[in-house]
Design a protein around this ligand. Structure first.
Ligand SMILES: [Zn+2]
Length: 444
């Protein structure tokens, strides 16, 4: 019997017996079969009764385990580690950026990318760095020279002189915003990141105010869309969220609704109407802080307490936005390594922890929270034709976990097996190097 067995291509691998959360149907397949073809795509998926594995092909028997789409972290910063949190001023951030060593930067990014992949995150969207090193790592992954997740790159964020994440490169009016977008496109970025308001880390900018006008944000959207690029806008303050929604950006990052004096929360229904009307997605993109895991740490700083007060209002509103029809998805704003002064957490658990937070604190169902890091994220990033669900024709980006994440989302902290494009790339938290992987030519 041919391994093609009536399918459109040769079947190279069958995964038989796991519970399958395909991120399409409202309930998982209790015992499923997934067939992966030579193209690295899924050829068939269904219950073991519906889909039979052709005889004589490699078969992974995974009864009792759960198979999910590879996770998508829609907001990371591969270039940075958590020593970032010890930065005390915007000036210190700029000084560190000037002193950065490019070769070490590339290695740090590559290491962080593999930490994410080994944790089951098969796609990351890098939301900004202080140079274009992530482009080199993305290209090395795409050419097969380096094992890593699919990386979407924004390069340097567009910000104002002295604004949030300013490190010597800025745009201060609509014309400068337009030419910055062109510079980014010439550097072969995958999307444009614009810093629409001040931020919390590094400190030193105003988190309650927008940095750009409607005209400037609209210039970014117009220019980027004409070049086929999405625009992601960092928007913490309520006024910047309203402007981003009105400008019709593709995604609003954080969407914290900080309004007025003292950093209180102020939501705006008219902005939600605009998000629905203009198809603006909202990326939660809040770091899962150790204080949200009381069984592991009792540490609670003044900053933690401020975050918790803010999130108390934000989470119900996040559900409200989703119920109103806004595409709500999940990033982590991750910078890598353990929290300074703690052992939280080894490897890369940020996205698994963010999914847990969505269930335990924000009131989403486990399947709803997983969808935010799979199918919903893929849709918001315009990648839903390729990834985000387990369906015939999609890339075979798949993860296997031992426990059932629908019962306990913490099961996602330890991913047993990771496949990217049908190829085994990680097992038990370790990257797997294939001897057959070619040393493709790197296009830099
Ligand atoms: Zn960020």
């Amino acid at each position: 019997m041919s391994s093609r067995a009536g399918y459109t291509e040769e079947i190279l691998l069958a995964i038989v017996g796991p519970q399958v959360i395909d991120a399409v149907r409202p309930v998982p397949i209790s015992s499923g079969t997934v067939l992966i073809g030579e193209s690295g795509r899924i050829v068939a998926v269904g219950s073991c009764l519906e889909v039979a594995a052709p005889s004589g092909i490699p078969t992974l028997r995974a009864s009792g385990m759960t198979l999910l789409p590879g996770l998508i972290d829609a907001h990371v910063h591969l270039a940075w580690d958590k020593s970032f949190y010890t930065i005390r001023s915007a000036e210190e951030f700029q000084a560190r950026s000037r002193a950065r060593n490019c070769e070490r930067q590339v290695l740090r990014i590559a290491h962080h990318a593999q930490l994410a992949l080994a944790a089951g995150v098969t796609t990351v969207r890098d939301c900004g760095a202080d140079d274009f090193s992530v482009v080199a790592v993305r290209d090395a992954v795409n050419s097969g020279q380096f094992v890593g997740p699919r990386i979407l790159v924004s390069g340097r964020p567009i910000t104002t002189t002295g604004g949030h994440l300013y490190c010597g490169w800025s745009a201060d009016d609509a014309d400068e915003v337009r030419s910055s977008v062109r510079v980014l496109a010439a550097q072969k970025v995958d999307f444009v990141k614009l810093v629409g308001s001040g931020g919390t880390n590094p400190p030193g900018t105003d988190i309650t105010r927008a940095q750009y006008t409607l005209e400037e944000m609209s210039a970014a959207v117009q220019e980027a869309h004409s070049l086929g690029l999405q625009v992601a806008v960092h928007a913490v303050s309520t006024d910047s969220i309203c402007l981003a929604a009105e400008a019709g950006v593709d995604t609003i990052e954080h969407c914290s609704w900080i309004g007025g004096k003292g950093g209180g929360v102020q939501t705006d229904e008219a902005a939600v109407d605009l998000m629905v009307e203009r198809g603006v997605g909202v990326d939660h993109a809040i770091v899962p802080r150790p204080c949200l895991f009381a069984d592991e740490t009792r540490m609670q700083t003044a900053e933690d307490r401020w975050w918790l007060t803010m999130l108390d209002v934000r989470w119900p509103f996040l559900r409200h936005m989703r119920d109103r029809g806004v595409a709500v998805f999940l990033g982590t704003d991750a910078i890598f390594g353990p929290w300074p002064g703690t052992e939280c957490w080894p490897g890369f658990q940020d996205l698994a922890r963010a999914i847990e937070v969505m269930v335990q604190w924000a009131g989403f169902s486990p399947l709803g929270a997983i969808s935010m890091a799979t199918c919903e994220a893929a849709r918001a990033l315009g990648l839903n034709h390729e990834i985000g669900t387990i369906e015939a024709g999609k890339q075979a980006d798949l993860i296997l976990v031992r426990q059932d994440p629908l019962r306990a989302p913490s099961a996602l902290r330890e991913v047993e097996m990771v496949l990217r494009g049908g190829e085994l790339v990680a097992m038990n938290g370790r990257i797997v190097l294939s001897r057959s992987r070619g040393a493709g030519e790197m296009r830099l």
